[in-house]
Design a protein around this ligand. Structure first.
Ligand code: ZN
Ligand code: ZN
Length: 568
């Protein structure tokens, strides 16, 4: 495999490549493309099509989608999209992106169920070509020979993808952990993984999220037991929040309710959706019982276990409303308990803390994973990585699903297991997996698109960048009417937004601006004033500078000039 004679740059030759349009160098928005064939005629397979969530740098943006230009322009070469599991960072961009790609989508029954539930809610009349593949089975997507292998994670039916190519076998782990008792769904299919290792694995493409964490992660069953113990100790009402897609945790909550003599209530639409898909696909018992949130008011104190959306501090979700006391049905009182059965995704710390502070201020007891085993990760820690390396014995390692430091650390872990042919790539960097050693051979365009209200806009469009600037420096608008000679007619008008109203001496900012504009107009010789662009730019600069002098910041300045035709 690592024959040195094959290491030269082999342009035009049949090769196997990997390039990510998202997910490498970040945790979120996973989109991986495998290409096979000569560079001018590759067939492509997409693995996952996820989104990511905005942070402080993307004010007002709802979700962030991958820029797919690279593959959309050659969508006839795209044989299929394989979805490894139903987390938003792996399938969340599918509905919006499918019209650009128009190829079959392959996924296991639970993932298909989640996708169809989302399509029914948000898909309009979109009808993607979805093909349901049984778990742990082999299938073909165009020219690709594939197999799903069950992996435990934090949502049912997460599947690794095995690609068998003429060059060798690639094992793409998807998100995974080792959990012998995942509570809902299958444990990682260790037997099959060992067999594939025996057959020989050329390249392992592996989850890096927890590469810095030692040991192994506890199982879902242990979390369920611990949750039950914690809930049993509470005397008032208990509200618990978790990721809506974590069906095992939903099941654990229902078992905990039974064990502690409480009744399970569900608050939040996405939880209802997941539970329904869970029942339809047989992961929850058909008689899975829970009550809707409006029953809360009829319950005795100590009788309810509410499971609620909003573990990430989302302002419109149930938990935020409970913290504000504004939830229509669920009203807690002093001494009641809130359990965060979740992890805070990096970037959400401030909003989660804000909700937790409000809950604490109201006198509710807040229990997080700092207080006990109420959550467990869905990603492999170091010992789990070492286990996978030992089972698969891959000749090469490419880390995925991580920020740069996670990817590097995964490579270091691999080296400790004796895998020396490894390489980190980030979004857009095309890596040749075969023939020869791993080698970066190309770079393709990548980027992000923003779902912003009803529109999807491109990152380059500046709307969001401008919004960010507005948030920091505010806006001054000056409206003026001028005649052809550049003389101001009538009164100037000025409006400020997000700019302090007075300077330190107490003068009105608007007055300072008006004085500056008048002074500037007067100072321009009549000949030059006729050029309205010169006039506009002079006004803009003087406004920026007068506000800068008063405030120490330069606002965005808009000068709206109307030219009035006068006689004579
Ligand atoms: Zn996941
Ligand atoms: Zn993920």
């Amino acid at each position: 495999m690592s024959d040195a004679k094959n290491n030269s740059d082999t342009g035009g030759e049949d090769e196997l490549v990997l390039v990510a349009l998202g997910g490498l160098g970040e945790i979120g928005m996973n989109v991986y493309l495998y290409g096979i064939g000569p560079p001018e005629d590759r067939r492509w397979l997409m693995v996952d099509l996820g989104l990511t969530f905005p942070g402080d740098n993307e004010p007002g943006v709802d979700v962030i989608l991958p820029e797919l230009k690279f593959i959309a322009e050659q969508n006839k070469q795209l044989d299929g999209i394989v979805i490894t599991h139903a987390h938003e960072d792996h399938l969340g961009a599918l509905i919006e992106s499918w019209p650009q790609l128009k190829c079959p989508v392959y996924a296991t029954p639970f993932t298909v169920g989640m996708l169809k539930a989302k399509l029914a809610e948000f898909g309009g009349d979109l009808k993607p070509d979805i093909r349901e593949i049984p778990i742990d089975s082999k299938f073909k997507a165009g020219s690709f020979d594939l197999e799903f292998v069950s992996m435990s994670h934090s949502i049912p039916e997460t599947s690794a993808v095995v690609l068998r190519t003429p060059h060798g076998t690639v094992f793409h782990t998807a998100d995974w952990k080792l959990d012998e008792n995942p509570l809902v769904g299958r444990p990682t299919n260790v037997e099959r993984i060992k067999q594939i290792g025996e057959e020989g694995v050329m390249t392992l493409v592996c989850d890096s999220t927890n590469a810095f964490r030692d040991g192994t992660s506890p199982s879902e069953a242990e979390v369920a037991k611990s949750l039950t113990d914690i809930i049993a100790e509470q005397t008032g009402q208990v509200a618990m929040t978790t990721f809506a897609s974590n069906l095992a945790r939903v099941y654990a909550a229902s078992e905990a309710a039974k064990a502690t003599g409480r009744r399970l209530l569900v608050a939040g639409r996405s939880l209802h959706r997941v539970i329904q898909v869970g029942i339809d696909t047989g992961y929850l018992p058909e008689d899975f019982t829970y009550l809707d949130q409006e029953h809360f008011r009829h319950m005795e104190r100590g009788e309810a276990l509410v499971i609620a959306t909003g573990s990430q501090g989302e302002s419109r979700a149930a938990m935020a409303r409970i913290s504000e006391g504004s939830h229509r049905d669920v009203k807690l009182v002093r001494g009641d308990t809130v359990i965060y059965s979740s992890r805070t995704i990096p970037g959400n710390e401030k909003s989660v803390m804000a909700v937790q502070n409000l809950l604490a201020e109201r006198g509710y007891k807040v229990i997080t994973d700092a207080d006990g085993l109420v959550h467990v990760t869905g990603h492999p820690r170091r010992e789990e990585l070492a286990q996978m390396f030992a089972w698969l014995k891959p000749k090469a390692l490419v880390p995925m699903h991580g920020e740069v430091r996670h990817l590097q650390e995964n490579i270091r872990q691999g080296a400790e297991a004796g895998i020396t042919n490894s390489q980190m790539i980030t979004n857009g960097q095309m890596l040749r997996l075969a023939p020869g050693k791993l080698k970066q051979i190309d770079e393709v365009p990548v980027g992000r698109r923003f779902r912003d209200g009803r529109l999807v806009i491109s990152e380059g469009e500046n709307a969001v960048r401008d919004r960010r600037r507005l948030a920091i420096v505010g806006l001054v608008a000056v409206a003026m009417a001028v005649d052809q000679r550049g003389n101001v007619i009538g009164d100037l008008d000025v409006a400020i937004d997000g700019v302090p109203s007075h300077n330190a001496r107490g003068d009105l900012m608007e007055d300072l601006i008006l004085d500056a504009v008048e002074g500037t107009v007067d100072s321009i010789p009549p000949k030059r004033r006729k050029d309205l662009e010169v006039l506009r730019e002079a006004v803009r600069r003087s406004v920026r500078s007068v506000v800068d002098n008063a405030w120490g910041k330069r606002p965005i300045v808009k000068v709206l000039m109307t030219e009035l035709r006068t006689k004579g």
